[in-house]
Design a protein around this ligand. Structure first.
Ligand SMILES: Cc1cc2nc3c(=O)[nH]c(=O)nc-3n(C[C@H](O)[C@H](O)[C@H](O)COP(=O)(O)OP(=O)(O)OC[C@H]3O[C@@H](n4cnc5c(N)ncnc54)[C@H](O)[C@@H]3O)c2cc1C
Length: 230
């Protein structure tokens, strides 16, 4: 790698420069910034002055767990914000709303997929939500199948609700797990246990790791002085 500060022999390069919202055009149109530094909008993607809508990386959203303004610059949200803003602008009425979000995301380092949604344990503790975490080591299919891949799930629960999940493993199924977890974030933790999961040895373990989280949580809930969760 050649930089203006030197020349380096490397095996890999990781860019971690960060991103920030480009709000110049919106400010010129009379929009205001929210606490995150992105543009404050309501659920109709209206930014204040009549006829001004802001969507995508430039706009704030509401966090599903905290209820606070959040800036989560991802294409998945940008696309839907654009749909909401465009529909309301074109129809000139408040026809559709952009809902609170939990930040479902996934990335890949080498062969390792890493995904997350909602709050981490640290973030939840900082918000005073007194989280308890459950770490489950599972597999992407029944353990006795060929070429099973390990999947690790960390679930963060507080106030009886799922606050967030972080998932890692050497399988693209991590992305699907994040999507599924996103449906549970903010919901009562026992839903993790009672939800329906499909099973056959080729596609999943008989106990889905989310059901195991729900089971451990229920056990601790019903027997608070019982043995600690494994
Ligand atoms: C390296 C990288 C990888 C990413 N990977 C993922 C991923 O895997 N999954 C995911 O969900 N998200 C990913 N993202 C985030 C995703 O790209 C953004 O959230 C998404 O593109 C935001 O869409 P947008 O329309 O708000 O902004 P943009 O896509 O940035 O589009 C804004 C456009 O407006 C133009 N523009 C700016 N100012 C003006 C102006 N004054 N006048 C006219 N035009 C202007 C810009 O040139 C640009 O073309 C990634 C981002 C980066 C940087």
């Amino acid at each position: 790698v050649v930089t203006d500060a030197g020349r380096y022999e490397v095996d890999a390069v990781v860019f971690a420069t960060g991103v920030k919202p480009n709000v110049d055009l919106a400010l010129r149109a009379g929009a205001k910034l929210g606490p995150t530094g992105a543009v404050a909008v309501n659920k109709y993607m209206e930014a204040g002055p009549p006829g001004v809508y802001v969507a995508g990386d430039a706009a704030e959203a509401v966090h599903k767990v905290t209820g606070e303004p959040a800036w989560i610059p991802l294409a998945t949200y940008a696309n839907k914000m654009g749909y909401v803003a465009g529909t309301n602008a074109a129809l000139d009425k408040r026809a559709v709303e952009f809902p609170p979000i939990a930040g479902a995301s996934v990335t890949k380092f080498g062969d390792l997929y890493v995904g997350a949604v909602g709050l981490t344990e640290t973030e939840a503790a900082r918000k005073g939500l007194s989280p308890t975490s459950y770490v489950i080591r599972s597999t992407d299919k029944a353990r006795y199948m060929k070429e099973t891949r390990e999947i690790a799930v960390k679930a963060v629960i507080g106030g009886g609700r799922l606050l967030g999940m972080q998932i890692a493993g050497h399988s693209a199924i991590v992305g699907a797990y994040v999507d599924l977890a996103a449906q549970f974030v903010g919901e009562p933790a026992e839903r993790l246990f009672y939800a329906e999961y499909s099973y056959m040895p080729f596609t999943a373990p008989p106990w889905h790791p989310f059901a195991v989280v729900g089971r451990l949580w229920l056990r601790n809930y019903h027997r608070p002085n019982g043995p600690p969760a494994p």
